[in-house]
Design a protein around this ligand. Structure first.
Ligand code: SF4
Ligand code: SF4
Length: 405
C-alpha cells in the first residue's frame, strides 16, 4: 500500500466507484447541481492532485473550500469511501501550500486559544453587532452582552468532566449550566478542564491547519487527566475529541478519545433515574429535531437526542435524512451565500412541518443553532430544553404563538 504526496493510500482513493448514490445527500450538490461540487466530483479533483500532479489553483481551492465537511456523503456510500479523511488530507495540503484559509480566518482561529480575550471581546462584539458594524452575511444570531456565571468544578477528581470549549463558553454558556445541572441532578460530581483545554481544534482541522489542531489536541488531553468520562455538549467539539486517536496516532490519544461521550449519549442510560427523581414542570411542547451533521453522520449519536427529549416533548421529524443546515463550523462566515442557500432548503422543510412563528427547533450544535436562529427560527439546545422542562434551570425563550411578538 503506497502513500503518495497527499498522505492518502491508494486503497482510500480507489474506493470510490463513481456510482453517484451520495449525490442527493450532498448539500452543495443539492443547491448548485454541479458535479464538481458533489462528493464524486471532489474525489475526482483530489485524485487529480494525487496522481496527475494537478496544481492547487483557484478552481481547485473553490471546489474543495465549498465542501461543508458535513460528511453526509459517508453513510450514503455503499463502498464505504472515507470521504472525511480524503478532504482532510487535501485541505492540509492546501494549507501547506498557503492556499487554505484566508489571513483573517487564520487570525480568528489563533484567537480561539486565548480564552480570556474571547470572553472579554464577546460583549464588545455584541455591541458592534447591535450597531450593525458586523455584516449580516456573517450569519450570527444576537451575541450575549452578559456571559453569566461559568460552570465550576465540584471535585478535583470528578466523576465526569464537562468540556466547555472556546466559542460555546463565550456565546452559549447557559447550555453548559444546563448540562452541569443535569449531571448534578443525576448525582455525579463535575470537573471543568483547566485553562489548557479551552479549544478542541475542530475549526483548525476543518481549515487544514493540522499542526495547530494537533497542538490544541495535546493541550486538551492534559486539561482533563484521569479516567473519568468526558461529556461534550457541542456536536462539532465532541466529534473532534473523539478523533484525537486518529489525529495524534498515539496510545494516549486513543485512550483519551475512548473516554469521550456526546452529552446525549451519556445522559441516555441515566434518563430513567433522572425522570424518577424529577417531574416535568409544564406540559409537553412540540419540537422539531434538527440533526447536526457531526452528531448524525460522524458520531452517530443523534437518536440519543430523541431518547432524552421524548419524556418532556412531542417530537416532530423533518424526514430529510439529516441533510446539512449549512453552518459547517466557520463555513457560514467563509461561504455565506452557499451557506444561506443550504439553510433556506432546510428552513422550507421545517416550515412544511410547522409554521415558523411557533416552531421550536432542537439543535445539539452551537454553530447550527446560531445559523438557524439567524434565519428567524426559535432554536434551543436539547440539554437546555430538558433542564428547563425539569425545573433545573430558569426557562429562557419560549416558542412564540403565531401572531404574537
Ligand atoms: S463516494 Fe461512494 S456513493 Fe459517492 S460516487 Fe463514490 S462510491 Fe458512489
Ligand atoms: S462532506 Fe458534505 S458538502 Fe462535502 S462532499 Fe460530502 S456531502 Fe458534500
Amino acid at each position: 500500500m503506497s502513500v503518495r504526496p497527499l498522505a492518502l493510500s491508494d486503497d482510500e482513493l480507489s474506493s470510490c466507484v463513481g456510482c453517484g448514490l451520495c449525490l442527493p445527500h450532498c448539500p452543495t450538490f443539492r443547491v448548485t447541481n454541479e458535479e464538481a461540487l458533489s462528493p464524486r466530483g471532489r474525489i475526482a479533483t483530489i485524485r487529480s492532485i494525487q496522481y496527475e500532479g494537478r496544481q492547487i489553483d483557484e478552481q481547485v481551492s473553490e471546489i474543495l473550500n465549498t465542501c461543508v465537511q458535513c460528511r453526509g456523503c459517508e453513510p450514503a456510500c455503499p463502498s464505504g469511501v472515507p470521504y472525511g479523511r480524503l478532504i482532510e488530507a487535501a485541505k492540509n495540503e492546501m494549507a501547506n501550500q498557503h492556499q487554505a484559509a484566508p489571513w483573517w480566518q487564520r487570525f480568528g482561529l489563533r484567537l480561539l486559544r486565548h480564552h480570556r480575550l474571547l470572553l472579554i471581546g464577546t460583549p464588545i462584539l455584541a455591541v458592534a453587532q447591535r450597531l450593525h458594524l458586523i455584516p449580516k452575511r456573517a450569519g450570527l444570531s444576537p451575541l450575549p452582552f452578559r456571559l453569566g456565571s461559568p460552570v465550576i468544578s465540584t471535585s478535583p477528581s470528578p466523576d465526569v468532566w464537562l468540556f466547555t470549549g472556546c466559542i460555546m463558553d463565550a456565546w452559549q454558556r447557559s447550555t453548559h449550566r444546563s448540562a452541569g445541572a443535569l449531571i448534578h441532578a443525576i448525582g455525579f460530581s463535575l470537573g471543568i478542564p483547566s485553562k489548557a483545554g479551552s479549544c478542541c481544534g475542530a475549526l483548525h482541522s476543518h481549515a487544514g491547519l493540522q499542526i495547530e489542531a494537533r497542538k490544541l489536541a495535546i493541550s486538551v488531553m492534559t486539561s482533563m487527566p484521569g479516567t473519568s468520562p468526558i461529556v461534550v455538549d457541542s456536536a462539532g467539539c465532541g466529534a473532534a475529541l473523539k478523533d484525537y486517536g486518529h489525529l495524534l496516532r498515539t496510545p494516549e490519544a486513543v485512550a483519551f478519545s475512548e473516554r469521550v461521550f456526546d452529552i446525549h449519549e451519556w445522559l441516555e442510560p441515566h434518563m430513567q433515574s433522572l425522570m424518577q427523581s424529577r417531574q416535568p414542570i409544564s406540559s409537553k411542547p412540540s419540537i422539531i429535531v434538527q440533526d447536526p451533521c457531526h452528531l448524525r453522520h460522524v458520531q452517530k449519536s443523534h437518536l440519543a437526542v430523541r431518547s432524552i427529549l421524548s419524556p418532556v416533548a412531542n417530537l416532530i421529524e423533518i424526514d430529510d435524512d439529516g441533510l446539512c443546515c449549512g453552518a459547517g463550523g466557520a463555513y457560514s462566515v467563509v461561504e455565506p451565500e452557499l451557506a444561506r442557500q443550504i439553510r433556506d432548503r432546510l428552513v422550507r422543510n421545517i416550515m412544511a412541518k410547522s409554521p415558523i412563528e411557533k416552531t421550536l427547533v432542537a439543535s445539539a450544535n452551537p454553530g447550527c443553532l446560531m445559523h438557524l436562529q439567524a434565519a428567524g427560527l426559535i432554536v434551543k439546545h436539547p440539554v437546555d430544553i430538558l433542564a428547563e422542562a425539569l425545573g433545573l434551570v430558569p426557562t429562557t425563550v419560549q416558542p412564540r404563538e403565531k401572531g404574537t411578538a
